[in-house]
Design a protein around this ligand. Structure first.
Ligand SMILES: [Zn+2]
Length: 366
């Protein structure tokens, strides 16, 4: 009964299509105007400009500069204004609204609570404020006819030594919207095995976790994350291509680790624009996501830091359409991959796939 009359794939139609996001940092997605207003409200004096358009450009160029110092400065500003309950509620609510407006139907947004305690907020207070913000944002999105569901992941920072404490925090709040745990921050020098007690605790609690691995650092980081720590998903995981060899005649050989990741359907939370900015990939067109998609790894498409990369879930998808010629079937595949890989319950994942994602793409495929 197919009419074979697909809707054209354009930035606008991709924006309207249902999407699922698994890797997005709360402190990397603020609206520039909100950064300025919150800086004023909380008395944060260090912003480079008071003009929202200029600030938007500043974030993008600082993150693009190749300088780690300038890149980290971008997060000093966003975290600097996220030190009160009101600020956290507002940032989370706007995050939900912005993602819903971009066509996201389910998102897992992550943040490191320890970064928001500089002015004395208790970790549990921080988590409760973010949850309150997401509930408010979900309600507003529903009123606007763009329903979205948000789960949160709590990150521990690799360079600090608080991962067990943050893992316990995640388990304590798992019935109020925290769906998992992650470790973030510098990979080099801070292997995931430094946090084994946290991962052991989470496994004993039947809790879910992903690990940032294989972004800046190579295969050992991915191997440790999976085989020592028990990560269910890989944050980025882009360096898994180092274990894949393509001969001149096009024959492809997967090493044992790459085979394991593909065979076990371990989800890759890929963030193309972010990887280009940090130098983990030379360009979107040369990003390993093309090869990994062709080989049918469990690839998902994500934003990482929307403000710093000047991107959105739909713009990432559109960039892949431009680079690789993907069609609606490919975009649906990425979206269902992500929904299958989410940390909420099986019933809930299935309902979103069958009631929202598949009918949504069926209309587009025609
Ligand atoms: Zn990340």
């Amino acid at each position: 009964m197919s009419t074979s009359n697909p809707v054209p794939v354009t930035p606008e139609t991709v924006r309207a299509a249902p999407k699922v996001l698994l890797h997005d940092h709360l402190d990397g997605g603020l609206r520039p105007a909100t950064v300025i207003e919150l800086a004023d409200a909380v008395g944060y004096p260090d912003l480079p400009t008071q003009d929202p358009a200029e600030l938007r450009t500043w974030f993008r160029t600082a993150a693009d500069s190749g300088s780690l110092v300038r890149y980290l400065e971008t997060f000093a500003h966003t975290c600097g204004v996220m030190q009160t309950q009101d600020a956290l509620v507002r940032v989370a609510a706007e995050c939900a609204e912005d993602l819903a407006a971009d066509g996201v139907v389910y998102a897992e947004v992550r943040y490191a609570p320890e970064l928001f305690s500089e002015r004395g907020l208790h970790l549990d207070t921080i988590v409760a404020a973010v949850q309150e913000g997401f509930r408010q944002g979900e309600a507003r999105a529903r009123e606007q006819g763009r329903p979205i569901r948000i789960g949160t992941l709590l990150c521990a920072m690799r360079q600090n030594a608080r991962s067990l404490e943050i893992a316990e925090l995640a388990v304590r709040h798992r019935d109020s919207g925290v769906v998992g745990f992650d470790i973030a921050g510098p990979e080099a020098g801070f292997p995931p095995t430094r946090n084994l007690d946290a991962f052991e605790y989470l496994r004993q609690q039947n809790a879910h976790f992903t690990i940032h691995a294989g972004e800046a650092f190579g295969l050992p980081s991915i191997w440790e994350a999976i085989q020592h720590c028990g990560a269910e998903r890989l944050g980025h995981g882009v360096r898994i291509v180092d274990d894949i060899k393509v001969d001149e005649d096009g024959t492809i050989h997967l090493g044992r680790l790459a085979s394991y990741v593909r065979d076990r359907r371990i989800p890759l939370e890929m963030c193309p624009s972010s990887n280009v900015q940090t130098g983990a990939a030379p360009s979107i067109a040369e990003h390993p996501i093309g090869l990994l998609t062709k080989l049918r790894f469990r690839v998902t498409v994500n934003t990482d830091n929307r403000l710093m990369s000047g991107c959105s879930p739909s713009s990432e998808m559109s960039a892949l359409v431009d680079a690789f010629g993907y069609d609606w079937a490919d975009l649906q595949w990425f979206t269902i991959n992500a929904m299958k890989s989410a940390f909420i319950g099986f019933d809930e994942r299935l309902a979103i796939i069958n009631e929202i994602i598949k009918p949504g793409y069926a209309k587009l495929i025609g």
